[in-house]
Design a protein around this ligand. Sequence first.
Ligand SMILES: NC(=O)c1ccc[n+]([C@@H]2O[C@H](COP(=O)([O-])OP(=O)(O)OC[C@H]3O[C@@H](n4cnc5c(N)ncnc54)[C@H](OP(=O)(O)O)[C@@H]3O)[C@@H](O)[C@H]2O)c1
Length: 247
Amino acid sequence: MTTDQKIALVTGATSGIGRATAEQLAARGHHVVVSGRDAERGDAVVQGIREAGGSADFVAADLRDEAGARELAARATELGGGRVDVLVNSAGIFPFGPTAETTEQGFDDVVGINVKAPYFLVAALAPAMAERGEGAVVNVTTMVAEFGAAGMGIYGASKAALVLLTKSWAAEFGPSGVRVNAVSPGPTRTEGTAAMGEALDQLAAAGPAGRPGTAAEVAEAIVFLATDAASFVHGAVLPVDGGRIAV
Ligand SMILES: NC(=O)c1ccc[n+]([C@@H]2O[C@H](COP(=O)([O-])OP(=O)(O)OC[C@H]3O[C@@H](n4cnc5c(N)ncnc54)[C@H](OP(=O)(O)O)[C@@H]3O)[C@@H](O)[C@H]2O)c1
């Protein structure tokens, strides 16, 4: 790590969209703190980044409550030499199913990982960004936060909360130089959606692109919002969904 390098913490970086984001930010010169629960996958991501000439560290974290979020924030800040400049909240779970079959534990898991953890990561990291007068947060939401979809109610609702938090944080931290934005992906091929098979294609068929996206395509938009190319963009929710919510 060099002293002028930006430090980026990417949650959910052991897989899919988070991993592609970590790789792209590292390729753009950021030192990336790769986070997830699975150390084997995390170490492989870090190794890949280093082999490509970038710099990264892995920090294991189970993100479902305030303690997990604050511990990760503290560890990332330590590894970043006292700061984190960019936070990407990509860790998330998306269990689909009928409302009547949702357990209380399942409900709490979705809300804990998709809402509470990003909330307390921002609470832990954004004030220091604001003090330095610069920083960027990118939240990963979903197209089903924008419209009703059967069996995706609690997932969509958790991400709708993150959409509103994105705008609230833009209002709270933006005047201090911290930009907070979101990317709203449509169906995207990742390890997390692999089990959906053709159902993912069917979901994607309704949009103008007519196909699922790739993790790299979504990561491009996250990197845009996380870097100075988006210096006048605050509180935006950028759909990267093949046009699905537009038509
Ligand atoms: N793929 C899509 O079609 C799609 C569409 C719209 C929105 N999204 C959103 O995009 C984000 C990434 O999706 P993806 O498809 O890339 O997912 P993925 O391949 O399933 O990866 C999920 C990531 O979240 C991490 N994670 C899960 N539970 C965790 C926990 N308790 N603590 C810490 N980390 C945890 C996983 O790490 P470990 O397994 O190492 O813990 C993994 O790195 C999610 O927020 C998702 O809701 C995805």
